[in-house]
Each structure stands twice: as structure tokens, then as C-alpha cells.
Design a protein around this ligand. Structure first.
Ligand code: GDP
Ligand code: MG
Length: 609
């Protein structure tokens, strides 16, 4: 589906042609009738001989109402450019062509109308002039059809040419992120608030939850009308009226947008490629500096904007350059959005551009990294744009990356760390950081087999989800319970430490099941930890047993229970020839390993031998 928009100088016959084509008078309001000009956007629709249906926006041509022209042009894919044969090319013809050119409308037809008022020589002169003007614009080569809305001459040819232009125009893309720039808001008794606009970016269904940007109010789509028919679903590229639940009449106005809750960034800072219109199109040269007061138009919105050029300090007609724009009013914008710039002082359209990053950081002039990013974004599809943003920012929230690139899904091969995406470079750096941190720990405590996971995470300042994902990706790190180590790290004892260990084992074993308490052992804490980690010693409360002793205690106790049934702590104390001081923690340790189970005052056989 497409939306056809008119363009052309005031009084050149746009509205009359629309009425001739559609039978609908687009000049709806009393004031428009009285003053005989189109103040607001007029809407009509048309079925072409091919069966194709098209929504028609009739825009005003008067200088003062150029803002309304812009709000209508936002969703237009095919243009009906009107020039009156008796007047020829006019200043607003030039400005409208500049706007069409900036918005990238490449499909259109020129109606050289009021042919009934002039002779063939004049018609021919007008045609040559028009073709010359179009040749430097996006409408270069568009057919010029001589016609008269009054006599009907040439109207069939005009309709056929429009049909062909609509056939040639690519359909509006469906990227799963609907946005409808609101051009009218009104209330219908009993139904509530209705907004109209051209739907782009994705489909809408009745029942959908939507947001009204920039305020962010939630609303629900109750009913949808397109071309006066009620529908349950509508595809992008259509004129649409939405009846919204939860929205007051005062809750929205032209320039707001109905958006899907996800997929758009409501932003007041964007980076863009600025395109200065050729002076052959605008009719007068212009030099853009950062000083001027500018107005930015996108969709049906208008906002004052300040401009910071990132490369050259000035741009002349026909030039291109990257800039950061600061908008007074936040707007729901995305990569690829086209906008028009007017000089607020001289009241003229001098150019516009296309948004490359809808939410950049503050930038300085001459930031080479940023310019390289913008150069890359300029020619990118949405997947490549996501990768470019990620390479530049290194780490992005998933939702943010999708909204800023316009990608419907995270492209294959891009690395997730929890809720964030990371660039390959950053992933490599994070893995290296983990490796270095672990190596540092291992160097400082060579006897410690493991480093606490939590400690390492805190050292690196990573969120739990990202840290877990990183560990899972590393083939150099081994996880053991709550600890981690480098796979290459095996805690080892030197000769001196081996001697220390042997003397420790002797000390512990010398007194059977009444070993010295930890505080009485003459041993380095690091050595004790290392021996416990490696399984040579078993820590029980505030003393250690050798592994052989621990096994002996288990075997003896379990054997006794098997032979004689449940045993008390006192019986275990006697069995192991120890004191109550040791017997109680020993029993608790046996319980904890599953060797025994406590039932009141006695121990039963546990599940683990
Ligand atoms: P717009 O401002 O471009 O929408 O122009 P209108 O459609 O309002 O037309 C302006 C004037 O031109 C009106 O008085 C129309 O009646 C007249 N007009 C429009 N089309 C034709 C035409 O083909 N032939 C003649 N003779 N007059 C026309
Ligand atoms: Mg009109």
C-alpha cells in the first residue's frame, strides 16, 4: 500500500485535481472553503484502474502553511507534483521539490495542469523548465503529464501514470516496529479519541498496546479504520484512523506519534548525515554554520534544533557532512529517519538529512572514532548497523541496540553477556582480564587451589549474569563449587613445604582422634588451606584430621551401627577413644557427609558409605 501526496505552489490546482481524481473535496474546513486555499492537510482516497487503492494527502501550498505540507510529506511514498501551465515553476515549487528530494521520494508524476489556459508553445516551455528542475532531484525523469482538471483533458493519462508510479514504488517495509505520526486528533461521541496518520514501520492490530510519544502514555487500540473501512489489522504504508482507549483528546496532538512500546528511542539528541539541497533545487544558495537557528521536521513533528557539525565547520548548498543535532523537544526516532531542516530566520528549506544514530553520546568536532562510526552507519543495513554501534560502544543493552540499529532481532554471531551485547574486541578483553586476575591470585597464593568466584566477580566489577556468561565462554577457567582457577594452575608444594606437611601430618596423627586444635598447630594457614583443598586433610570444626583418619572414623562408626544398631555420641566417643569435645563435632561432620543421620540422641546409618 502507498500514500500519494500532492506538492506544488499555491493555487496551481492541487486540490481541484484531487477532487477530479477522487470525487472527494479535500478542502474540508469552512475557512479553507471561504479563503479558497488548503490550510490543513486534506485527505482522500482513490481506487485506480488496476484495482490498487491509494490514500491521498493534499497538502497546502501557501508559504505560511509549509509546516503542514511537511507533516503530510512524512509518510508519502509517491508524489503528485502539480505545476500550473499558465504560471510555470514558482518559489514554492522549488521548496516542495527540495523537501521531496530530502525525504528521498523517488517515485512521482508531474501534473502540468490548467492546460486549458495556455497554447501548446507555453505548455512546451513549461515542460522543459520542469524537466530541467527535476533533473537534479530525486524525481529526475518523472513523467510530466499535460492535463486540465477543468476540462478533464489528460486526466486518464495522469491516472495511468500514477498507477505505474505506484506499481514501481517498493512497498513500505514491515520491520515489526510500527510508528504512526499523528496528523489529526479528534473525538467521536461514544467512541472516544481518534488519531489519524500514515502507518509506517510495522503493522497494528486492534487490541494492541501502544504508547503515545514523546510523553509515553499507554493506550490500547480499540478499532482501526483504513480508507473508511473498519479493519482488525493494518499493514505499514496505509492511511489509518485509530480509536484509542485510555487517551484523552488533550493527551495527543499533531507531531506526537503512536508507537509500539518497544523499538523506538524517544530522544532529543541524534547524529545524522546532513544533506544540503543543491541550489539548483532550492533556487538560492545557503551556507550552514552552527550559529543559525534551525527548525527540524520529521514525520508530523516540528522542533527547534541546534546543530554541531562534526567534520567541516560549514556546509554549502550541495554539500554533505555529519552532525550532532540537539532537539528542543524529544521525539521517537530511529536510524534511517529522514528529516527536513529550515532556517528559522530566513524561513527557507535548505536541506535535511538522515538519522544514523538516534541516541549518541555527546561528541566533539574532529572525533575520528565517531566519524568512522558514522561513515560505517551511513551505508549499513540494520544488522551491520548493530554491529557497527557495538564495535564503537563495545557494550550495549539488547533493547537499546535493537532500537538504535532498527534491527528486529540480534544478528547471528553477536555475543550476549546476560542482558547485554558485547563487541568481539571487548569480549576478548574481558576474558583476558579474567585470566590476568586469576593468574595474579595464583601467583600471590600459589598453594591455594581456588579463587572465590564472588571475589573474582567483585574484583572485575561485573554483573552476575555477565560474569556467569563470561566464565561459560572461557576454556581457560575451571569452576569447582564456589571457586574458580585457571586450568593450568595446579597448587603444588616445594620441598620445604612438603617437609612442613609431613611434620603436620605427624602432629595430627600422634594423638589419634584427639588432635591439636588448629590454633595449636604450628602451620601456615595457606598450607593448611592447600592441604584441605587437595583433600589431604579434612577440616572438622576447629581441628583437622588426615584423610586416613577421617576414613577410619567413618568406617568404624558405620560398622558399629550396622552390627549393633543406632549409637549415641557417648558410644562413638568410646569407640574412637576420644573425648566429648571431639566426638560432638565429629558426629556432626559424619551427618554432613551423609555417613550418618541424626535421630534425636542417636545416629542411624546414612545414605553414603
Ligand atoms: P491549490 O492551492 O493548488 O490546491 O489550487 P486549487 O485546486 O485550490 O485551485 C486554484 C484555482 O485554480 C481554483 O480557482 C481552481 O478552480 C482553478 N483551477 C484548478 N485546476 C484548474 C484547471 O485545470 N483549469 C483551470 N482553468 N482552472 C483550474
Ligand atoms: Mg489546495
Amino acid at each position: 500500500m502507498h500514500v500519494l501526496g500532492t506538492a506544488g505552489h499555491v493555487d496551481h490546482g492541487k486540490s481541484t485535481l484531487v477532487q477530479r481524481l477522487t470525487g472527494i473535496d479535500p478542502d474540508r474546513f469552512a475557512e479553507e472553503k471561504r479563503r479558497g486555499l488548503t490550510i490543513d492537510l486534506g485527505f482522500a482516497w482513490l481506487q485506480l484502474p488496476s484495482g490498487r487503492e491509494v490514500g491521498l494527502i493534499d497538502v497546502p501550498g501557501h508559504e505560511r502553511f509549509i509546516k503542514n505540507m511537511l507533516s503530510g510529506a512524512g509518510g508519502v511514498s509517491v508524489c503528485l507534483f502539480v505545476v500550473a501551465a499558465n504560471e510555470g515553476w514558482k518559489p514554492q515549487s522549488a521548496e516542495h521539490l527540495a523537501i521531496i528530494d530530502i525525504l528521498g521520494v523517488r517515485h512521482g508524476v508531474v501534473a502540468l495542469t490548467k492546460s486549458d489556459l495556455v497554447d501548446t508553445d507555453t505548455l512546451e516551455l513549461a515542460r522543459v523548465e520542469i524537466e530541467d528542475k527535476l533533473s537534479v532531484s530525486s524525481l529526475a525523469g518523472a513523467p510530466v503529464i499535460e492535463c486540465s482538471a477543468l476540462t478533464g483533458e489528460g486526466i486518464d493519462e495522469l491516472v495511468a501514470a500514477l498507477d505505474a508510479a505506484l506499481e514501481a514504488a517498493p512497498p513500505a517495509p514491515d520491520l515489526g516496529r510500527p510508528r504512526l505520526w499523528i496528523d489529526r486528533v479528534f473525538t467521536i461521541a461514544g467512541a472516544g479519541t481518534v488519531v489519524t496518520g500514515t502507518l509506517m514501520g510495522g503493522s497494528l492490530r486492534s487490541g494492541d498496546e501502544v504508547q503515545i510519544a514523546p510523553e509515553g502514555r499507554r493506550a490500547r487500540v480499540r478499532t482501526i479504520q483504513s480508507h473508511k473501512k473498519e479493519v482488525t489489522e493494518v499493514a505499514p504504508g496505509n492511511r489509518v484512523a485509530l480509536n484509542l482507549v485510555g487517551l484523552q483528546r488533550e493527551g495527543a496532538e499533531r507531531g506526537d506519534a503512536v508507537i509500539a512500546p518497544r523499538g523506538w528511542r524517544t530522544t532529543s539528541r541524534v547524529e545524522a548525515l546532513i544533506r544540503m539541497s543543491p541550489h539548483e533545487v532550492t533556487g538560492r544558495p545557503h551556507e550552514l554554520t552552527e550559529k543559525g537557528a534551525h527548525l527540524l521536521y520529521v514525520g508530523s513533528a516540528e522542533t527547534p534544533a541546534r546543530l554541531r557539525l562534526l567534520g567541516a565547520t560549514t556546509l554549502a548548498s550541495g554539500d554533505e557532512g555529519f552532525a550532532q543535532l540537539h532537539l528542543r523537544d524529544p521525539l521517537p526516532l530511529g536510524r534511517g529517519d529522514r528529516f527536513v531542516l529550515r532556517d528559522a530566520g530566513r524561513v527557507m528549506t535548505f536541506g535535511g538529512g538522515v538519522i544514523l544514530d538516534p541516541a549518541p553520546l555527546l561528541a566533539r568536532r574532529g572525533d575520528e572514532g565517531r566519524l568512522a562510526l558514522l561513515e560505517r552507519l551511513r551505508n549499513a543495513d540494520h544488522d551491520e548497523a548493530l554491529r557497527a554501534l557495538l564495535d564503537s560502544y563495545e557494550e550495549l543493552d539488547v533493547e537499546d541496540a535493537l532500537a538504535r540499529s532498527g534491527a528486529p532481532l540480534v544478528p547471528e554471531g553477536v555475543v550476549h553477556l546476560g542482558p547485554r551485547l558485547v563487541a568481539p574486541l571487548r569480549l576478548g578483553r574481558l576474558l583476558a582480564q579474567i585470566r590476568e586476575a586469576l593468574a595474579g591470585h595464583h601467583r600471590a597464593r600459589p598453594l591455594d587451589r581456588l579463587v572465590s568466584r564472588e571475589q573474582l566477580r567483585a574484583d572485575l566489577g561485573l554483573e552476575p549474569a555477565a560474569f556467569d556468561a563470561l566464565l561459560a565462554r572461557s576454556d581457560e577457567v575451571v569452576e569447582e563449587g564456589a571457586g574458580v582457577r585457571l586450568a593450568s594452575h595446579e597448587a603444588g608444594l616445594d620441598r620445604h613445604q612438603r617437609d612442613a606437611r609431613d611434620s603436620l601430618v605427624r602432629q595430627i596423627e600422634a594423638t589419634g582422634f584427639q588432635p591439636p586444635l588448629t590454633s595449636q598447630l604450628n602451620a601456615e594457614p595457606a598450607l593448611l588451606r592447600a592441604l584441605a583443598d587437595s583433600g589431604e586433610l579434612v577440616r572438622i570444626d576447629d581441628f583437622y584430621l588426615t584423610t586416613a583418619q577421617a576414613t577410619e572414623a567413618r568406617t568404624k562408626v558405620r560398622q558399629r551401627i550396622e552390627e549393633e544398631g543406632p549409637v549415641t555420641v557417648a558410644q562413638i566417643r568410646d569407640l574412637l577413644a576420644t573425648s566429648r569435645k571431639y566426638a560432638v563435632p565429629l558426629c556432626e561432620w559424619l551427618d554432613s557427609t551423609g555417613a550418618t543421620i541424626r535421630r534425636g540422641d542417636v545416629r542411624l546409618l546414612g545414605p553414603h558409605p
